[in-house]
Ligand binder design. Structure first.
Ligand SMILES: N[C@@H](CCC[C@H](N)C(=O)O)C(=O)O
Length: 365
């Protein structure tokens, strides 16, 4: 990409807010976009360069002529997207409202999610037509290309994305069909998104786990041997499978200090454990008080992420079932806090947290 007569101005390190004016402007300059490996974003004839430290430079440019990009655009090899994150759990959002087939394949999604050779994300999310009377369908591919049933942080991003592309202001609620069934996010006046995440599933074979039920059909505070070490685990499905642990059975790790964990080493051993036929997400949890928990997560198909919404819900269910916490908790994730409530009245879990747009882009696929 060429830049002529460039002058650099530093601006605040926050991502640009996704206003409708910004949205219209960006969609009108799609021909001035960028390739999949460059983290450079265009607004009119200004180019935004976002560095790893989140500082943003605005570089004015008289001429940007990505010829190969334009060629590809003609032959349809370009995907337009908006990048969002929920507490650092980041996603490439694709407007797929015109089709019930995802615009890209699972292999292409994995390439786009690559943080060195692609855009970089924990997953790709498609906003699709609703089914069975729902407003929309959400599908997601993990960064390894696999397709999970649900994504909690993703659904908050999805709600904000829908509001943006449908030009909706203020409080709004949607019914969303997902692999986990009906999910209902509601955008609040302050921009946070509260999501009815439905009822947690505890029956072992539905989680799924091969661990035998020890409280009826549920697996609660059961023993799981990982690499010769016995862990206490509770298995919960929020549509997708979760294995929640507060520590090992005896020994120095009995009560976890989650900051001390070697997550890249231990995480995959849980994910691929033979007791989890569909693999599993794993939450390692430290109890700070009965209403304040701290977690680190190893996600199925995405590895260590900064946040996991379904995981935060699952761990509050596990903490309640193990008698460690109240039904309403703040959960500290590496990317920030989520408010989780498992309501007695309807047995549903409610998650409240932020979702932010980071940038618009177009990628060669
Ligand atoms: N980060 C998500 C969960 C995404 C899916 C997960 N990796 C899986 O395979 O189940 C969340 O916020 O819930």
């Amino acid at each position: 990409m060429e830049i002529a007569a460039a002058s650099t101005v530093s601006v605040a390190p926050q991502p640009p807010r996704l206003t409708n004016a910004f949205s219209r402007k960006l969609s009108s300059v799609s021909s001035l976009s960028f390739g999949s490996v460059e983290r450079k974003y265009c607004l009119g004839n200004a180019k935004l360069r976002v560095s790893a430290s989140s500082s943003v430079d605005v570089v004015t440019a008289e001429k940007i002529s990505p010829a190969s990009f334009l060629d590809k655009r003609e032959t349809g090899g370009v995907l337009h997207f908006v990048k969002y994150h929920g507490l650092g759990n980041d996603f490439i959002l694709v407007d797929n409202r015109d089709s019930s087939e995802p615009k890209i394949t699972q292999e292409q999604a994995a390439k786009l999610c690559d943080r060195n050779f692609g855009v970089g994300a924990d997953g790709v999310i498609f906003a699709m037509p609703g089914v069975n009377g729902t407003d929309y369908t959400m599908r997601i591919f993990n960064s390894d290309g696999s397709e999970p049933e649900m994504c909690g942080n993703g659904v908050r991003c999805f709600a904000r994305f829908i509001a943006e592309i449908e030009n909706l202001q203020g409080k709004n609620s949607f019914t969303i069909h997902t692999g986990a069934g009906l999910i209902v996010p509601e955008i609040q006046d302050d921009g946070q998104v509260k999501v009815d995440m439905g009822i947690p599933v505890l029956k072992a074979q539905d989680v799924p786990t091969k661990l035998p039920g020890n409280k009826g059909e549920a697996v609660i505070q059961a023993e799981l041997v990982v690499d010769g070490v016995s862990w206490n685990v509770t298995c919960v499905s929020m549509g997708n499978p979760h294995c929640v642990t507060f520590g090992t059975k005896g020994g120095p790790n009995q009560k976890l200090k989650v900051d001390d964990l070697n997550l890249p080493e231990i995480g995959p051993k849980f994910e691929h454990h033979e007791m989890f036929p569909a693999r599993t997400n794993t939450e390692f949890v430290e109890v700070l008080s009965r209403s304040h928990l701290k977690m680190r997560v190893w996600e199925r198909g995405a590895g260590a992420t900064l946040a996991c919404g379904t995981g935060a819900c699952a761990l509050v269910v596990a903490a309640v079932l193990e008698g460690r916490a109240n039904r309403k908790c703040t959960v500290d994730l590496p990317g920030g806090p989520l408010e989780i409530e498992w309501k007695q009245e309807d047995n549903h879990i409610y998650m409240t947290g932020p979702a932010e747009a980071v940038f618009y882009g177009s990628a060669l696929v």
